[in-house]
Design a protein around this ligand. Structure first.
Ligand code: ADP
Ligand code: ADP
Length: 228
């Protein structure tokens, strides 16, 4: 589903972010991506979403070499990926409903279909009945759930999360991970970047570990304990 072959990324300023990274995530697999701040986690996710392009090597999504995806077609590729951020990136002057509906509005779904899908997404994350609320009125954990509902509302086959529990206490963090687990159980490929090793240790998933841009653990399908 997601394959990196000898992938390197050097930013225009000369900053080496990734060096000869190899790994393969199977369809439906759930995995963690860890490493210290600056190790290259965000860069790796940005290569998958084509926010950045690899300097060398090959990134394939669903068997497609994404270097061959033209700029015009990048939005179509991105529809297959639900992206979740630490800071939610919510529109605070819009309702919960409007925030979650946004990807469907952009795709041109009918009003009825949008209502149905937004309701289902909010139900899934445990926020049914909060459609008319402003995100401002919600707790940090609830705001994160709105961000997750928005990411999954068009049922993407891939979910990427960048420090999704960064601002949450351990109990809420675990709840969010359990939520990702339900998407994984439903067949979605899930990759979660986090430096919260305590959280990772409590779950059984493969952990890809980056150190200064090099993958130092988890490249194979054998579950490994992070080696920091
Ligand atoms: P992480 O997510 O693990 O903290 P990043 O992928 O954000 O790591 O960063 C990896 C390295 O690339 C760091 O040294 C960082 O400073 C550098 N970097 C990240 N983004 C850019 C950018 N847009 N331009 C130049 N250097 C960058
Ligand atoms: P944008 O439309 O924002 O320019 P692109 O994905 O086309 O987005 O490019 C993002 C960055 O990656 C730019 O700095 C661009 O020069 C660089 N870039 C684009 N394609 C490639 C490529 N095939 N190899 C290396 N760098 C690339």
């Amino acid at each position: 589903m997601i394959q990196f072959e000898q992938v390197s990324k050097v930013y225009p300023g000369g900053q080496k972010a990734l060096l000869n990274v190899n790994f393969h995530l199977e369809q439906g697999e759930m995995a963690f991506l860890t490493g210290h701040s600056g190790a290259g986690k965000s860069t790796l996710l940005k290569l998958i979403t084509v926010i950045e392009r690899a300097t060398a090597g090959k990134v394939s999504i669903n068997g497609h070499d994404i270097a061959k995806v033209s700029r015009k077609h990048v939005p179509y590729l991105r529809r297959n990926i639900g992206m979740i951020f630490q800071n939610h990136n919510l529109l605070m002057d819009k309702t919960v409903f409007d925030n979650v509906a946004l990807p469907l509005v952009i795709e041109g779904f009918s009003h009825g279909e949008i209502k149905k899908r937004v309701g289902a997404a909010l139900d899934m994350v445990g926020l049914y009945g909060k459609e008319r609320h402003s995100p401002v009125m919600l707790s940090g954990g609830e705001q994160q759930r709105v961000g997750i509902a928005r990411a999954i509302v068009n049922k993407p086959p891939i979910i990427l999360a960048d420090e999704p529990t960064g601002n949450l206490d351990p109990k809420l963090s675990m709840d969010i991970l359990r939520l990702f687990e339900t998407f994984h159980d439903a067949g979605t490929t899930v990759l979660i970047a986090t430096h919260d090793l305590g959280l990772i240790a409590r779950m059984k998933y493969r952990t890809l570990t980056l150190r200064k841009g090099t993958m130092v653990g988890g490249e194979t399908d054998e579950p490994l304990t992070p080696n920091m």
